[in-house]
Write a protein that binds this ligand. Structure first.
Ligand SMILES: [Zn+2]
Length: 86
């Protein structure tokens, strides 16, 4: 993972531009503010890791086999806030 993505993830986290908009037993929806827009990131708990995450940004639709910065931000947000253990 290159450093500019890590910097971007930290910048989004530190500025509070990631929010959980919906949380159910099966999924968590996030709004993540990127460079020019707010993206919807969805985490489906019961899927394999490679299918569990999705994002509506262009980078993810082009390279859906790898996580975009918005998904990485949501993952880090969850691990920081211990949502995964609940
Ligand atoms: Zn994205």
């Amino acid at each position: 993972m290159n450093k500019s993505i890590i910097d971007k993830v930290d910048r989004i986290l530190n500025s509070g531009d990631v929010k959980i908009t919906l949380k159910t037993n099966n999924c968590i929806h996030f709004n993540v503010r990127g460079d020019s827009d707010v993206y919807s990131v969805i985490f489906k708990k019961n899927y394999n890791l490679d299918k569990a995450w999705s994002c509506d940004c262009k980078a993810f639709s082009l390279h859906s086999n790898m996580f975009c910065s918005h998904i990485l931000t949501a993952i880090k947000f969850l691990s920081k806030n211990n949502h995964l253990s609940k």
